[in-house]
Design a protein around this ligand. Structure first.
Ligand code: AMP
Ligand code: ZN
Length: 147
């Protein structure tokens, strides 16, 4: 896909916008989030523009996860407090995506960071085995229909 001229993450990858870059290679770039939810909040983006996970090519997706692993290890070795890590990715406004260049959030966590995975994530549905089996069958069909 051609790089959109108004994409802030494309501008960061191209060096046209400022960012605190932590890592870059030919496939991905990682930098500190400008408005972090916890100290050390990182974003990993593919260098080639893709709107979200569905559009991302599989090699770039694999690279993003591999770099998240490396960054997690680096954060744990660094002086900043880190007792755990959350990864997060949103695709689409309904899921909370606000920048439409795919990105993986890496959140270093520690006991008193004040960040809460609250609300809906902790309030679970209870669909029952039959509903789960029906949904799994439908998703297996959709998977089989992919090229
Ligand atoms: P999301 O809501 O998942 O789309 O996340 C977008 C993230 O991009 C948010 O955490 C923002 O704080 C972050 N962000 C937006 N603009 C910039 C920027 N210029 N540099 C670094 N991070 C940014
Ligand atoms: Zn972009």
């Amino acid at each position: 896909m051609q790089e959109p001229t108004d994409c802030i993450f494309c501008a960061i990858v191209a060096g046209r916008a400022p960012a605190a870059i932590v890592y870059r290679d030919e496939h991905v770039t990682a930098f500190l989030d400008l408005f972090p939810v916890v100290p050390g909040h990182l974003l990993i983006v593919p260098n080639r523009h893709a709107k979200g996970l569905t559009e991302l090519d599989a090699d770039a997706a694999a690279r993003m996860v591999a770099v998240a692993q490396r960054l997690a290890a680096a954060v744990r070795r660094s002086p900043m407090p880190c007792e755990g890590i959350n990864l997060f990715m949103a695709e689409g406004p309904v899921a909370g995506q606000t920048v439409f260049h795919c990105h993986l959030h890496v959140l270093p966590r520690h006991g008193s960071d004040g960040f809460h995975l609250g609300g809906s994530f902790l309030e679970r549905l209870n669909p029952g085995r039959d509903d789960l089996d029906t949904l799994a069958a439908s998703l297996r069909s959709a998977l089989a229909a992919l090229e």
